[in-house]
Design a protein around this ligand. Structure first.
Ligand code: 2P0
Length: 363
């Protein structure tokens, strides 16, 4: 009876959207970036991963299931995260369940991991960010590791770069760090989730197709071939990071929107400057940019910021609920459902925005 116990921990982690982008690694194995980045973490009700990790002496190997299907844990990135967390495991004593795990036992014990995304993986929104952040956080709790979230972020980073920023809510900076072993390449919170809570994020899902160039491959090609990336990483981003932190601290939406849109556009320019060129946005993405730019210029101050990651989906950050409602009206006017330049569906933090606009959230 004594050796049939199971200890479990469940955690939930939202994905994050970069407003100053990470693109390019200086070390591919440790996942060390060529520049700092800043992101906003979504609400846990939006796009998030829920992960349950379990340990039991009855498990004979490490296994993982993603959305109910078993996946291989043999990849270097999974193994790096598991190794780093196991090295920090501490003694666990749970008197109620009569469980006692000594520090050295963690080397022999095996894990079962079940992870679910609350959004369709095929929607082109699948992100390794929430996944690795949730994996590392839940394993740290299971193994009673004493590291704080910044220290854990340096482990999640080794699963996927952008994952390090999902260890915190609100606005988060990933500092690229200086040292070769990557110990100072980690995430810190710039402002918590309550600091600027009138912002409304709406994601317009433009395509559900899988992207043609993975971020990892795209970044490698960019680092090898783009001169613009050198300029961006050394000259442009360091200044933008300072300005973006200021804009966030002062809740200065005009500066926030200008920096967010410019940085998204420069990231896609860097992709175009890559050999062979990488096209992540499509015609619909470009039309959304035009629509937002025209609207922002017709107002006294910008109402909406746009940003696009390694795919055509638009992440739109509205100044407030009123701007979000107006944005939905404009999108539905310019991109009527079932037209050629269709937006398949929407995801929003504030569900009433979609309901009021008369549309359904994606299932
Ligand atoms: C970002 N992206 O800052 C940027 C903007 C996409 C565009 O981080 O190779 O999946 O696992 O470190 O984290 C996507 O890259 O790449 C990404 P790896 P990751 O959010």
């Amino acid at each position: 009876m004594a050796d049939t116990w199971v200890r479990m921990v469940t955690a939930q982690t939202p994905t994050n959207i970069a407003v100053i982008k990470y693109w390019g690694k200086r070390d591919e194995t440790l996942i060390l970036p060529v520049n700092d980045s800043i992101s906003v973490t979504l609400d846990p009700n939006d796009l998030c991963t829920t992960t349950t990790v379990a340990v039991s002496p009855t498990f004979d190997q490490d296994r993982m299931w993603l959305n109910g299907k078993e996946i291989s844990l043999s990849g270097g990135r999974f193994q790096s995260c598991l190794k780093e967390i196991r090295a920090r495991a501490c003694e666990v004593e749970d008197e109620e369940k009569a469980i006692k795990i000594a520090k050295k036992d963690w080397e022999k014990l095996h894990l079962h991991i079940a992870s679910y995304n609350n959004f369709p993986t095929a929607a082109g929104l699948a992100s390794s960010a929430a996944g690795f952040a949730c994996l590392v956080f839940s394993l740290a709790k299971l193994m009673n590791a004493k590291e704080d979230n910044s220290e854990l972020s340096a482990i999640a980073r080794q699963g996927s770069g952008s994952a390090c920023r999902s260890l915190f809510g609100g606005f988060v900076k990933w500092t690229m760090g200086k040292v070769d072993n990557g110990s100072d390449s980690l995430a810190i919170q710039v402002a918590d989730e309550k600091h600027w809570d009138d912002l409304v994020i709406i994601i317009a899902v433009v395509s559900s197709r899988m992207k043609e160039t993975s971020s990892t491959t795209g970044m490698r090609d960019t680092v090898e071939t783009s001169l613009l990336l050198q300029h961006r990483a050394k000259e442009v981003v360091p200044k933008r990071i300072v300005e973006m932190e200021e804009a966030i601290k002062n809740r200065d939406f005009a500066s926030f929107a200008r920096l967010t849109c410019s940085d998204s556009n420069q990231f896609h320019a860097v992709c175009l400057d890559t050999q062979p060129p990488i096209f992540y946005m499509n015609d619909t993405s470009h039309k959304i940019i035009n629509c937002v730019e025209k609207w922002n210029r017709s107002e006294e101050t910008p109402q909406v910021a746009y940003t696009f990651d390694a795919g055509p989906n638009a992440v739109l950050i509205a100044h407030n609920r009123k701007a979000a409602a107006q944005l939905m009206q404009k999108l539905l006017y310019y991109f009527p459902p079932n037209s050629d330049t269709d937006i398949n569906s929407y995801v929003a933090g504030d569900k009433t925005i979609l309901k009021d606009a008369g549309i359904e959230e994606m299932k």
